[in-house]
Design a binder for this molecule. Structure first.
Ligand SMILES: [Zn+2]
Length: 76
């Protein structure tokens, strides 16, 4: 994974995750369904990025650190 500064780096659209939970007060994404095939679980976001977590086989999920872009407004 490259690290070329804050605000950049790998990212995905929220719609790619298939499902997410939202904070009704702030309208921000709080958790997503991890898009990794072996990782059928809810994963919290911190500052729009997927936190470190483990897959169902116990290995670290490589999706951690991915920024999730909220594309609800564009998904029509
Ligand atoms: Zn995962």
């Amino acid at each position: 994974m490259t690290d070329d500064g804050a605000g950049s780096g790998p990212w995905i659209f929220w719609s790619h995750c298939g499902s997410a939970k939202f904070d009704p007060r702030t309208n921000r994404i709080t958790e997503i369904a991890c898009p990794a095939p072996c990782c059928a679980m809810w994963v919290p976001l911190v500052e729009d990025m997927i936190v470190e977590h483990r897959r169902i086989d116990g290995t670290p999920c490589h999706w951690h650190g991915i920024r999730v872009i909220d594309d609800r407004g564009a998904a029509r």
